[in-house]
Write a protein that binds this ligand. Structure first.
Ligand code: HEM
Length: 155
């Protein structure tokens, strides 16, 4: 089998950025101070929604780097021979929609932009809903063959 052009550490870094985005995203809601998790020694930063907001942006930059690197590698290295599996296609679609809604949320946060109440609410809930769908998809695909993005990719 041809060796993957993606190094194992890159997959781990991508997974870590996704975990961090989920954590810092939920932290901004702000759930962790409400349910006293931020009171646990070492977890106070989870209750600071300005800090977790900045961390979400920094992690989004890391996430975007790897997402586009993987996408470019896939497109350039034999896409026709390696179609996405169903579980791979679902995850790619959810990541793409998270990127679009996240980018709209970033634009909304600019001080000179006013989008109106309904579009802001819809994008906010869609981003949150997609994060929950992603959690379900990742848990569903966590073992065995479902973990593969393509039929030939390593798990
Ligand atoms: C795996 C990818 C991601 C996950 C799991 C995730 C998760 C979340 C969650 C759970 C929230 C809080 C709920 C909400 O307000 O909608 C949130 C907020 C947000 N996310 Fe993401 N996100 C991801 C990627 C991104 C990306 C790529 C961007 C930017 C391009 C982004 C930008 C934002 C912004 C701007 C907010 C709202 C911050 C605020 O104004 O308070 N997210 N995210």
């Amino acid at each position: 089998m041809a060796s993957s052009p993606i190094a194992p550490w890159e997959k781990k870094a991508f997974a870590a950025s996704v975990f961090g985005l989920g954590l810092t995203g939920v932290a901004q809601m702000p759930i962790f101070s409400r349910y006293y998790i931020a009171d646990i020694p070492g977890f106070a930063w989870l209750g600071d929604f300005v800090f977790t907001h900045m961390l979400h942006y920094a992690l989004a930059a890391v996430f975007l780097y790897f997402a586009f690197r993987f996408a470019a590698t896939y497109v350039l290295a034999g896409r026709r021979d390696h179609p996405l599996t169903a579980s791979g296609a679902v995850r790619v679609a959810v990541y793409a929609a998270l990127i679009v809604t996240g980018a709209v949320r970033m634009v909304k946060n600019l001080s000179w932009v006013y989008m109106g109440e309904w579009p802001v609410l819809v994008v906010d809930w869609t981003h949150l809903f997609l994060a929950m769908v992603l959690l379900g998809a990742v848990l569903w695909a966590r073992g065995g063959d479902r973990r593969r993005y393509t039929a030939l990719s390593r798990r």
